[in-house]
Design a protein around this ligand. Structure first.
Ligand code: BMA
Length: 340
């Protein structure tokens, strides 16, 4: 391997499928059995999509956006031996607050999940007198402790880094409005304790490339590599029939992640298959997690499809980093420290 995944474990049993014979020029390919989670996946839940998973004790666990049959999204816990076939708890995850009282948000969606120093953190969008970021932690996936909300409304798409950088926890997010925000850049915030967030920096904005010309938002937790932090994100374009969500990628500086080293000017995946083009919200590929194997450099991206399903796409570190570098366009704004 030309590049290495750093500070990560070997996951020999991660989901994987070799690239198809008929290769696209973009080195990311879909799992042939997509979608891996279909409609009506459990009682009272009509659709699971935009969800995040991690390796855990030789198997896999995850937090799943489950749209209930009354249309309101909550987070459900799931486990899997192969990362493909999932069993879900029938009841949504309930959290406890500092005083041990049960806490259930009014709604919760687009969860991400990351391990930092032996604790697992889920982070999602929830109501805090307006759409904002909710956060909770667990060590055993049995009890979850609700943490302070990092930001005021309106903000969505929050993604934690898997380790401290320069002694601080790092969080990517997208400040937004109260609706289906027609704008949005990715910002970085840091914290000494996961409670007080500051030193906000601009990372990157929507670009003049049309596939991501309306807004962008962080996707999977950044993957630490010898080239920098590999970030899969979503980019949105506007059409006469509404938004289209594609998957893109960038590589952020390892010590100063507000600086973009490489930014892929093309999408990696855009809605093409029936499960991406057709659903509750058509034309959505929305990445929320990536599992990687440090031994082989294999990467599996979990993405929500058409707000209706979960699917898998694969790549390898060498192929994707080379592709990003070859197609990189970094504008002055991306290369700045993001401080004004
Ligand atoms: C965004 C979020 C995502 C959703 C997408 C497409 O604003 O709400 O959860 O997948 O819209 O509907």
């Amino acid at each position: 391997m030309r590049y290495q995944i750093v500070n990560s474990q070997a996951v020999p049993n991660m989901p994987w499928q070799d690239a198809p014979q008929k290769k696209s020029d973009i080195p990311m390919w879909r799992y042939s059995e997509n979608p891996i989670i279909n409609r009506n996946p459990l009682k009272n839940v009509a659709r699971i999509f935009n969800s995040a998973v991690v390796p855990y004790h030789g198997a896999f666990v995850g937090v799943f956006r489950g749209e209930q049959k009354d249309g309101i999204p909550f987070i459900y816990f799931g486990r899997s031996n192969d990362g493909i076939h999932w069993d879900f708890d029938e009841k949504k995850i309930s959290f406890s607050d500092d005083e041990g009282n049960e806490f259930m948000p009014k709604y919760a969606y687009d969860p991400r999940l990351v391990e930092i120093e032996g604790t697992y953190y889920a982070i999602w969008c929830q109501d805090a007198y307006g759409a904002a970021i909710g956060m909770a932690k667990t060590k055993d996936f049995k009890t979850w402790t609700k943490m302070e909300n990092p930001f005021l409304p309106f903000n969505r798409n929050a993604v934690l880094f898997p380790r401290k950088v320069g002694g601080k926890y790092m969080l990517l997010s997208r400040p937004s409005d109260s609706g289906h925000t027609p704008f949005g850049d990715i910002y970085l915030s840091e914290s000494p304790d996961l409670e007080y967030w500051g030193h906000h920096r601009h990372v990157m904005g929507r670009s003049e490339k049309w596939w991501e010309s309306v807004k962008i938002g962080a996707g999977a937790a950044p993957i630490e590599t010898t080239e920098g932090w590999l970030l899969f994100y979503h980019g949105v374009t506007g059409t006469c029939n509404g938004f289209v969500y594609s998957i893109g990628a960038a590589i952020l500086d390892i010590d100063h992640p507000s600086i973009v080293k490489y930014r892929c000017s093309t999408f990696l995946l855009t809605p093409e298959e029936w499960y991406e083009e057709r659903g509750f919200v058509p034309n959505v590929c929305f990445p929320c997690a990536a599992i990687c194997d440090s031994e082989t450099g294999r990467i599996a991206v979990y993405y929500g499809c058409a707000d209706s399903y979960v699917s898998l796409a694969f790549t390898t570190l060498d192929q994707i980093v080379d592709y990003i570098k070859e197609h990189s366009v970094v504008r002055d704004l991306d290369g700045e420290e993001g401080k004004q």
